[in-house]
Design a binder for this molecule. Sequence first.
Ligand code: FAD
Length: 404
Amino acid sequence: MDTTNPTDGTGARSFSKQHVIDPEICIRCNTCEETCPADAVTHDDNNYVVDPAKCNFCLDCISPCPTGAIDSWRVVRTRYSLDDQFGWGELPAQDETQNSEAVEAVDDEAGRLIADAHRGTGGKSVAPASAAKPQINLYNRQRPAVATVTGNFRLTASDTENDVRHVILDFGDTTFPVLEGQSIGIIAPGADESGAPHRMRLYSVASPRDGEKPNTNNLALTVKREPDGVCSNYICDLKKGDRVEVTGPFGATFLMPNDPSANILMICTGTGSAPFRAFTERRRRAITDAPGRMMLFFGARRPEELPYFGPLQKVPDGLLRKHFAYSRIPGQPKVYVQDLMQAKADELGTLLKNPQTHIYLCGLRGMESGVDEAFSAICKNSAADWPALLTDMRAEGRYHVETY
Ligand code: FAD
Protein backbone atom coordinates (compact mmCIF):
# COMPACT_ATOMS: atom_id res chain seq x y z
CA MET A 1 0.00 0.00 0.00
CA ASP A 2 1.21 3.49 -0.84
CA THR A 3 1.26 5.62 2.29
CA THR A 4 2.17 8.81 0.44
CA ASN A 5 -1.32 9.20 -0.96
CA PRO A 6 -2.98 12.39 0.32
CA THR A 7 -5.82 12.36 2.81
CA ASP A 8 -8.72 14.76 3.06
CA GLY A 9 -7.80 15.79 6.60
CA THR A 10 -10.14 13.30 8.27
CA GLY A 11 -7.82 10.40 7.61
CA ALA A 12 -9.90 9.23 4.65
CA ARG A 13 -7.88 9.08 1.45
CA SER A 14 -8.79 11.68 -1.11
CA PHE A 15 -8.57 11.07 -4.84
CA SER A 16 -5.41 11.53 -6.84
CA LYS A 17 -4.39 10.94 -10.41
CA GLN A 18 -1.93 8.15 -11.12
CA HIS A 19 0.15 7.73 -14.26
CA VAL A 20 0.19 4.10 -15.41
CA ILE A 21 1.21 2.14 -18.52
CA ASP A 22 -1.21 -0.06 -20.44
CA PRO A 23 0.46 -3.51 -20.47
CA GLU A 24 -1.71 -4.71 -23.34
CA ILE A 25 -0.46 -2.01 -25.73
CA CYS A 26 3.11 -1.53 -24.46
CA ILE A 27 5.77 -3.09 -26.73
CA ARG A 28 8.46 -2.90 -24.00
CA CYS A 29 10.76 -0.72 -26.14
CA ASN A 30 12.24 1.04 -23.08
CA THR A 31 11.70 4.52 -24.61
CA CYS A 32 9.75 5.78 -21.59
CA GLU A 33 12.35 4.54 -19.13
CA GLU A 34 15.09 6.24 -21.15
CA THR A 35 13.10 9.47 -21.43
CA CYS A 36 11.80 9.92 -17.89
CA PRO A 37 13.87 12.65 -16.20
CA ALA A 38 12.59 11.63 -12.76
CA ASP A 39 13.58 7.93 -13.10
CA ALA A 40 9.96 7.11 -12.36
CA VAL A 41 9.64 4.43 -15.07
CA THR A 42 11.04 0.99 -14.36
CA HIS A 43 10.37 -2.57 -15.49
CA ASP A 44 10.61 -6.26 -14.68
CA ASP A 45 10.28 -9.26 -17.00
CA ASN A 46 6.54 -8.71 -17.24
CA ASN A 47 5.75 -4.97 -17.37
CA TYR A 48 6.94 -1.41 -17.65
CA VAL A 49 5.50 0.59 -14.75
CA VAL A 50 5.47 4.11 -13.26
CA ASP A 51 6.56 4.72 -9.68
CA PRO A 52 3.87 7.03 -8.20
CA ALA A 53 6.31 8.32 -5.60
CA LYS A 54 8.66 9.61 -8.32
CA CYS A 55 6.37 10.62 -11.22
CA ASN A 56 6.03 14.41 -11.30
CA PHE A 57 3.61 14.49 -14.29
CA CYS A 58 6.16 16.24 -16.51
CA LEU A 59 4.72 14.30 -19.50
CA ASP A 60 8.13 14.14 -21.19
CA CYS A 61 7.51 10.44 -21.82
CA ILE A 62 4.19 10.86 -23.63
CA SER A 63 5.13 11.90 -27.15
CA PRO A 64 8.16 9.56 -27.62
CA CYS A 65 6.04 6.47 -26.81
CA PRO A 66 5.39 4.74 -30.17
CA THR A 67 2.13 3.05 -29.11
CA GLY A 68 0.43 5.46 -26.69
CA ALA A 69 0.54 2.85 -23.90
CA ILE A 70 2.23 5.45 -21.71
CA ASP A 71 -0.70 7.87 -22.02
CA SER A 72 -2.79 6.03 -19.41
CA TRP A 73 -4.20 7.42 -16.18
CA ARG A 74 -6.30 6.32 -13.25
CA VAL A 75 -8.00 8.39 -10.56
CA VAL A 76 -7.52 6.47 -7.34
CA ARG A 77 -8.01 6.66 -3.60
CA THR A 78 -5.06 4.34 -3.01
CA ARG A 79 -2.27 4.41 -5.56
CA TYR A 80 -1.28 1.18 -7.25
CA SER A 81 2.13 0.07 -5.96
CA LEU A 82 4.97 -1.06 -8.21
CA ASP A 83 4.22 -4.68 -7.25
CA ASP A 84 0.55 -4.21 -8.20
CA GLN A 85 1.59 -2.89 -11.62
CA PHE A 86 4.22 -5.58 -12.25
CA GLY A 87 1.44 -8.16 -11.85
CA TRP A 88 -0.99 -6.60 -14.36
CA GLY A 89 -2.02 -8.37 -17.58
CA GLU A 90 -4.34 -5.48 -18.37
CA LEU A 91 -5.13 -2.12 -16.81
CA PRO A 92 -7.56 -2.30 -13.90
CA ALA A 93 -10.96 -0.76 -14.67
CA GLN A 94 -11.41 2.92 -13.83
CA ASP A 95 -14.46 2.53 -11.58
CA GLU A 96 -14.67 6.21 -10.92
CA THR A 97 -14.47 7.55 -14.47
CA GLN A 98 -18.17 8.28 -14.56
CA ASN A 99 -18.12 9.70 -11.05
CA SER A 100 -17.68 13.44 -11.10
CA GLU A 101 -17.00 13.54 -7.38
CA ALA A 102 -13.93 11.40 -7.87
CA VAL A 103 -12.65 12.71 -11.14
CA GLU A 104 -13.37 16.37 -10.76
CA ALA A 105 -12.24 16.66 -7.16
CA VAL A 106 -8.61 16.04 -8.09
CA ASP A 107 -8.01 19.72 -8.74
CA ASP A 108 -9.92 21.33 -5.87
CA GLU A 109 -10.08 24.81 -7.36
CA ALA A 110 -11.37 23.67 -10.76
CA GLY A 111 -13.46 20.92 -9.17
CA ARG A 112 -15.43 23.45 -7.14
CA LEU A 113 -16.05 25.64 -10.20
CA ILE A 114 -17.20 22.67 -12.30
CA ALA A 115 -19.41 21.28 -9.54
CA ASP A 116 -21.02 24.70 -9.17
CA ALA A 117 -21.54 25.03 -12.94
CA HIS A 118 -23.13 21.55 -13.06
CA ARG A 119 -25.39 21.89 -10.04
CA GLY A 120 -28.36 22.50 -12.35
CA THR A 121 -28.30 18.80 -13.17
CA GLY A 122 -29.81 18.31 -9.72
CA GLY A 123 -27.34 15.71 -8.53
CA LYS A 124 -24.23 13.89 -9.55
CA SER A 125 -23.40 14.44 -13.23
CA VAL A 126 -22.94 11.37 -15.40
CA ALA A 127 -21.12 11.27 -18.74
CA PRO A 128 -22.96 9.85 -21.78
CA ALA A 129 -22.32 6.12 -22.02
CA SER A 130 -20.67 6.39 -25.44
CA ALA A 131 -18.48 9.45 -24.66
CA ALA A 132 -14.74 9.09 -25.12
CA LYS A 133 -12.76 8.98 -21.88
CA PRO A 134 -11.39 12.42 -21.06
CA GLN A 135 -7.95 13.32 -19.79
CA ILE A 136 -8.21 15.69 -16.87
CA ASN A 137 -6.00 17.64 -14.47
CA LEU A 138 -2.82 17.21 -16.48
CA TYR A 139 -1.68 20.75 -15.68
CA ASN A 140 -2.26 22.80 -12.55
CA ARG A 141 -1.43 26.15 -11.00
CA GLN A 142 1.98 24.92 -9.87
CA ARG A 143 2.78 23.31 -13.22
CA PRO A 144 0.75 24.95 -15.99
CA ALA A 145 1.03 24.29 -19.72
CA VAL A 146 2.21 27.28 -21.70
CA ALA A 147 0.28 28.12 -24.88
CA THR A 148 0.92 30.78 -27.50
CA VAL A 149 -1.88 33.00 -28.79
CA THR A 150 -2.22 32.56 -32.54
CA GLY A 151 -5.46 34.48 -33.03
CA ASN A 152 -7.85 36.83 -31.25
CA PHE A 153 -10.90 37.91 -33.26
CA ARG A 154 -13.98 39.83 -32.24
CA LEU A 155 -17.16 37.79 -32.80
CA THR A 156 -19.75 40.45 -32.06
CA ALA A 157 -20.43 43.64 -34.02
CA SER A 158 -18.11 46.53 -33.19
CA ASP A 159 -21.03 48.86 -32.42
CA THR A 160 -22.23 46.73 -29.49
CA GLU A 161 -20.84 46.89 -25.96
CA ASN A 162 -20.89 43.12 -25.89
CA ASP A 163 -17.30 42.20 -26.79
CA VAL A 164 -17.04 38.44 -27.33
CA ARG A 165 -13.78 37.05 -28.71
CA HIS A 166 -12.60 33.93 -30.47
CA VAL A 167 -9.15 33.24 -29.06
CA ILE A 168 -6.88 30.52 -30.42
CA LEU A 169 -4.20 28.98 -28.18
CA ASP A 170 -1.46 26.83 -29.65
CA PHE A 171 0.30 24.28 -27.45
CA GLY A 172 3.32 23.65 -29.68
CA ASP A 173 5.05 20.47 -28.52
CA THR A 174 3.09 20.25 -25.28
CA THR A 175 0.52 17.47 -24.94
CA PHE A 176 -2.84 19.04 -24.05
CA PRO A 177 -5.59 16.58 -25.04
CA VAL A 178 -9.18 17.85 -24.84
CA LEU A 179 -12.60 16.50 -25.66
CA GLU A 180 -15.56 18.60 -26.78
CA GLY A 181 -17.36 19.90 -23.68
CA GLN A 182 -14.26 20.14 -21.49
CA SER A 183 -12.90 23.39 -20.08
CA ILE A 184 -9.47 24.80 -19.46
CA GLY A 185 -8.32 27.02 -16.61
CA ILE A 186 -6.62 30.38 -16.96
CA ILE A 187 -5.16 32.38 -14.10
CA ALA A 188 -4.64 36.05 -14.90
CA PRO A 189 -1.14 37.22 -13.99
CA GLY A 190 -0.75 39.46 -10.97
CA ALA A 191 -2.51 39.55 -7.64
CA ASP A 192 -5.84 40.64 -6.19
CA GLU A 193 -6.36 43.50 -3.71
CA SER A 194 -5.18 41.36 -0.81
CA GLY A 195 -1.97 40.42 -2.64
CA ALA A 196 -3.09 36.82 -3.27
CA PRO A 197 -2.73 35.32 -6.77
CA HIS A 198 -5.90 35.64 -8.83
CA ARG A 199 -8.43 32.81 -8.74
CA MET A 200 -8.56 30.39 -11.64
CA ARG A 201 -11.31 30.99 -14.21
CA LEU A 202 -12.63 28.24 -16.47
CA TYR A 203 -13.34 28.58 -20.20
CA SER A 204 -15.08 26.01 -22.39
CA VAL A 205 -13.17 24.65 -25.33
CA ALA A 206 -14.86 25.85 -28.54
CA SER A 207 -13.00 23.60 -30.98
CA PRO A 208 -13.13 19.83 -31.49
CA ARG A 209 -10.60 17.38 -30.08
CA ASP A 210 -8.36 17.48 -33.17
CA GLY A 211 -7.86 21.23 -33.00
CA GLU A 212 -9.26 24.43 -34.43
CA LYS A 213 -8.14 23.13 -37.81
CA PRO A 214 -7.95 19.33 -38.15
CA ASN A 215 -4.77 17.84 -36.74
CA THR A 216 -3.42 20.96 -35.10
CA ASN A 217 -2.28 21.10 -31.49
CA ASN A 218 -4.40 24.11 -30.65
CA LEU A 219 -7.80 24.98 -29.28
CA ALA A 220 -10.23 27.87 -29.46
CA LEU A 221 -12.07 29.73 -26.70
CA THR A 222 -15.13 32.00 -26.84
CA VAL A 223 -14.61 34.68 -24.20
CA LYS A 224 -16.89 37.55 -23.24
CA ARG A 225 -15.27 40.67 -21.83
CA GLU A 226 -16.93 41.31 -18.45
CA PRO A 227 -16.94 44.90 -17.19
CA ASP A 228 -13.89 45.12 -14.89
CA GLY A 229 -13.57 41.33 -15.04
CA VAL A 230 -10.03 40.27 -14.16
CA CYS A 231 -9.51 37.24 -16.37
CA SER A 232 -11.87 37.95 -19.27
CA ASN A 233 -10.18 41.33 -19.89
CA TYR A 234 -6.78 39.65 -19.67
CA ILE A 235 -7.82 37.10 -22.32
CA CYS A 236 -9.70 39.53 -24.57
CA ASP A 237 -6.63 41.82 -24.64
CA LEU A 238 -4.17 39.04 -25.55
CA LYS A 239 -2.19 39.64 -28.72
CA LYS A 240 -0.85 37.21 -31.27
CA GLY A 241 2.40 35.75 -29.92
CA ASP A 242 1.52 36.28 -26.24
CA ARG A 243 2.16 33.30 -23.98
CA VAL A 244 -0.56 32.11 -21.60
CA GLU A 245 -0.40 29.69 -18.69
CA VAL A 246 -3.15 27.11 -18.91
CA THR A 247 -4.42 24.50 -16.44
CA GLY A 248 -6.60 21.49 -17.04
CA PRO A 249 -8.16 20.02 -19.02
CA PHE A 250 -11.20 19.85 -16.72
CA GLY A 251 -14.62 18.24 -16.84
CA ALA A 252 -15.48 14.58 -17.11
CA THR A 253 -19.23 14.54 -17.67
CA PHE A 254 -20.37 17.41 -19.94
CA LEU A 255 -19.16 15.43 -22.95
CA MET A 256 -20.76 14.56 -26.26
CA PRO A 257 -21.91 11.03 -27.08
CA ASN A 258 -19.80 9.31 -29.73
CA ASP A 259 -22.83 7.29 -30.79
CA PRO A 260 -23.75 8.60 -34.27
CA SER A 261 -27.42 7.83 -33.66
CA ALA A 262 -27.57 10.10 -30.60
CA ASN A 263 -29.77 13.16 -31.05
CA ILE A 264 -28.07 16.17 -29.51
CA LEU A 265 -30.32 19.01 -28.37
CA MET A 266 -28.27 22.08 -27.39
CA ILE A 267 -29.68 25.15 -25.65
CA CYS A 268 -27.46 28.15 -24.97
CA THR A 269 -26.98 31.84 -24.48
CA GLY A 270 -23.84 33.89 -25.23
CA THR A 271 -20.56 32.10 -24.62
CA GLY A 272 -22.53 28.95 -23.76
CA SER A 273 -22.28 28.38 -27.50
CA ALA A 274 -18.58 27.47 -27.14
CA PRO A 275 -18.97 23.74 -26.39
CA PHE A 276 -21.72 23.46 -28.99
CA ARG A 277 -19.43 24.83 -31.68
CA ALA A 278 -17.05 22.04 -30.65
CA PHE A 279 -19.84 19.38 -30.73
CA THR A 280 -20.99 20.52 -34.18
CA GLU A 281 -17.50 20.58 -35.65
CA ARG A 282 -16.78 17.14 -34.21
CA ARG A 283 -19.87 15.66 -35.90
CA ARG A 284 -19.08 17.50 -39.12
CA ARG A 285 -15.50 16.18 -39.24
CA ALA A 286 -15.79 12.73 -37.74
CA ILE A 287 -19.33 11.44 -38.39
CA THR A 288 -20.43 13.07 -41.63
CA ASP A 289 -23.61 11.05 -42.17
CA ALA A 290 -24.70 10.58 -38.55
CA PRO A 291 -28.33 9.41 -38.36
CA GLY A 292 -28.72 11.32 -35.06
CA ARG A 293 -29.96 14.88 -35.29
CA MET A 294 -28.36 18.03 -33.86
CA MET A 295 -30.56 20.93 -32.89
CA LEU A 296 -29.54 24.29 -31.42
CA PHE A 297 -31.62 26.87 -29.53
CA PHE A 298 -29.48 29.98 -29.14
CA GLY A 299 -30.54 33.14 -27.31
CA ALA A 300 -28.98 36.59 -27.65
CA ARG A 301 -30.14 40.17 -27.41
CA ARG A 302 -29.86 40.68 -31.16
CA PRO A 303 -28.07 39.05 -34.11
CA GLU A 304 -25.12 41.46 -33.84
CA GLU A 305 -24.44 40.15 -30.32
CA LEU A 306 -24.74 36.47 -31.14
CA PRO A 307 -21.28 34.84 -31.24
CA TYR A 308 -20.58 32.97 -34.51
CA PHE A 309 -23.74 34.42 -36.12
CA GLY A 310 -22.16 34.56 -39.60
CA PRO A 311 -20.47 31.13 -39.57
CA LEU A 312 -23.58 29.53 -38.06
CA GLN A 313 -25.66 30.63 -41.05
CA LYS A 314 -23.39 28.53 -43.22
CA VAL A 315 -23.76 25.31 -41.20
CA PRO A 316 -26.15 23.17 -43.24
CA ASP A 317 -29.52 22.35 -41.70
CA GLY A 318 -28.85 18.67 -42.34
CA LEU A 319 -26.05 18.85 -39.77
CA LEU A 320 -27.54 21.36 -37.34
CA ARG A 321 -31.05 22.76 -37.08
CA LYS A 322 -30.73 26.31 -35.67
CA HIS A 323 -33.29 28.38 -33.80
CA PHE A 324 -32.30 31.88 -32.73
CA ALA A 325 -34.18 33.83 -30.06
CA TYR A 326 -33.65 37.59 -29.81
CA SER A 327 -34.74 39.56 -26.78
CA ARG A 328 -33.79 43.13 -27.72
CA ILE A 329 -34.75 43.87 -31.31
CA PRO A 330 -36.35 47.34 -31.34
CA GLY A 331 -40.05 47.22 -32.09
CA GLN A 332 -40.27 43.44 -31.76
CA PRO A 333 -41.47 41.33 -28.83
CA LYS A 334 -38.78 39.82 -26.61
CA VAL A 335 -38.20 36.19 -27.50
CA TYR A 336 -36.18 33.84 -25.27
CA VAL A 337 -34.97 30.31 -25.97
CA GLN A 338 -37.81 28.83 -23.90
CA ASP A 339 -40.35 30.63 -26.12
CA LEU A 340 -38.84 29.12 -29.25
CA MET A 341 -38.76 25.70 -27.59
CA GLN A 342 -42.47 25.94 -26.85
CA ALA A 343 -43.08 26.97 -30.46
CA LYS A 344 -41.43 23.67 -31.49
CA ALA A 345 -43.32 21.64 -28.86
CA ASP A 346 -44.40 18.82 -31.18
CA GLU A 347 -40.92 18.21 -32.54
CA LEU A 348 -39.29 18.45 -29.13
CA GLY A 349 -41.95 16.22 -27.58
CA THR A 350 -41.05 13.49 -30.08
CA LEU A 351 -37.33 13.98 -29.46
CA LEU A 352 -37.80 13.79 -25.69
CA LYS A 353 -39.48 10.39 -25.98
CA ASN A 354 -36.53 9.05 -27.92
CA PRO A 355 -34.02 7.26 -25.63
CA GLN A 356 -31.23 8.33 -27.98
CA THR A 357 -31.78 12.02 -27.17
CA HIS A 358 -29.20 13.96 -25.12
CA ILE A 359 -29.89 17.47 -23.81
CA TYR A 360 -27.25 20.10 -23.05
CA LEU A 361 -27.78 23.55 -21.49
CA CYS A 362 -24.92 26.01 -21.37
CA GLY A 363 -24.55 29.70 -20.66
CA LEU A 364 -26.21 32.08 -18.25
CA ARG A 365 -27.52 30.53 -15.08
CA GLY A 366 -30.72 32.53 -15.44
CA MET A 367 -31.83 30.40 -18.41
CA GLU A 368 -32.28 27.21 -16.39
CA SER A 369 -35.72 27.82 -14.90
CA GLY A 370 -37.27 29.03 -18.18
CA VAL A 371 -35.92 25.99 -20.02
CA ASP A 372 -37.19 23.66 -17.32
CA GLU A 373 -40.66 25.22 -17.54
CA ALA A 374 -40.58 24.84 -21.33
CA PHE A 375 -39.74 21.12 -21.07
CA SER A 376 -42.47 20.71 -18.50
CA ALA A 377 -45.05 22.35 -20.80
CA ILE A 378 -43.81 20.36 -23.83
CA CYS A 379 -44.18 17.11 -21.89
CA LYS A 380 -47.66 18.02 -20.71
CA ASN A 381 -48.55 18.60 -24.35
CA SER A 382 -47.38 15.11 -25.30
CA ALA A 383 -48.68 13.30 -22.20
CA ALA A 384 -45.18 12.71 -20.81
CA ASP A 385 -44.03 13.14 -17.21
CA TRP A 386 -41.13 15.67 -17.26
CA PRO A 387 -39.89 15.16 -13.65
CA ALA A 388 -39.72 11.38 -14.17
CA LEU A 389 -38.10 11.73 -17.59
CA LEU A 390 -35.58 14.22 -16.25
CA THR A 391 -34.61 11.85 -13.44
CA ASP A 392 -34.06 9.04 -15.94
CA MET A 393 -32.12 11.24 -18.36
CA ARG A 394 -29.81 12.48 -15.59
CA ALA A 395 -29.13 8.95 -14.39
CA GLU A 396 -28.39 7.82 -17.95
CA GLY A 397 -25.99 10.70 -18.66
CA ARG A 398 -28.39 12.26 -21.16
CA TYR A 399 -29.11 15.58 -19.41
CA HIS A 400 -26.29 18.06 -18.86
CA VAL A 401 -26.17 21.56 -17.47
CA GLU A 402 -23.18 23.91 -17.38
CA THR A 403 -24.18 27.40 -16.33
CA TYR A 404 -22.13 30.20 -14.78
P1 FAD B 1 -14.44 38.62 -12.41
O1 FAD B 1 -13.25 39.42 -12.05
O2 FAD B 1 -14.61 37.30 -11.76
O3 FAD B 1 -15.73 39.49 -12.21
C1 FAD B 1 -17.01 39.06 -12.77
C2 FAD B 1 -17.96 40.25 -12.75
O4 FAD B 1 -18.26 40.57 -11.41
C3 FAD B 1 -17.37 41.52 -13.40
O5 FAD B 1 -18.35 42.16 -14.15
C4 FAD B 1 -16.93 42.33 -12.21
O6 FAD B 1 -17.00 43.72 -12.50
C5 FAD B 1 -17.95 41.92 -11.18
N1 FAD B 1 -17.38 41.99 -9.82
C6 FAD B 1 -16.25 41.41 -9.38
N2 FAD B 1 -16.08 41.66 -8.07
C7 FAD B 1 -17.12 42.44 -7.70
C8 FAD B 1 -17.54 43.02 -6.48
N3 FAD B 1 -16.83 42.87 -5.35
N4 FAD B 1 -18.69 43.73 -6.45
C9 FAD B 1 -19.43 43.87 -7.57
N5 FAD B 1 -19.09 43.33 -8.75
C10 FAD B 1 -17.97 42.64 -8.80
N6 FAD B 1 -16.76 32.55 -19.72
C11 FAD B 1 -16.60 32.85 -21.03
O7 FAD B 1 -16.50 34.04 -21.40
N7 FAD B 1 -16.52 31.83 -21.95
C12 FAD B 1 -16.60 30.52 -21.63
O8 FAD B 1 -16.53 29.64 -22.49
C13 FAD B 1 -16.76 30.21 -20.25
N8 FAD B 1 -16.85 28.93 -19.86
C14 FAD B 1 -17.01 28.63 -18.55
C15 FAD B 1 -17.09 27.28 -18.17
C16 FAD B 1 -17.26 26.96 -16.83
C17 FAD B 1 -17.36 25.49 -16.44
C18 FAD B 1 -17.34 27.98 -15.86
C19 FAD B 1 -17.53 27.65 -14.42
C20 FAD B 1 -17.25 29.31 -16.22
C21 FAD B 1 -17.08 29.66 -17.56
N9 FAD B 1 -16.98 30.98 -17.97
C22 FAD B 1 -16.84 31.27 -19.31
C23 FAD B 1 -16.99 32.10 -17.01
C24 FAD B 1 -15.53 32.48 -16.66
O9 FAD B 1 -14.93 31.43 -15.96
C25 FAD B 1 -15.41 33.74 -15.80
O10 FAD B 1 -16.23 33.59 -14.69
C26 FAD B 1 -15.77 35.01 -16.55
O11 FAD B 1 -14.90 35.21 -17.66
C27 FAD B 1 -15.62 36.23 -15.63
O12 FAD B 1 -14.33 36.23 -15.10
P2 FAD B 1 -13.52 37.60 -14.87
O13 FAD B 1 -12.29 37.25 -14.14
O14 FAD B 1 -13.40 38.36 -16.13
O15 FAD B 1 -14.52 38.42 -13.99
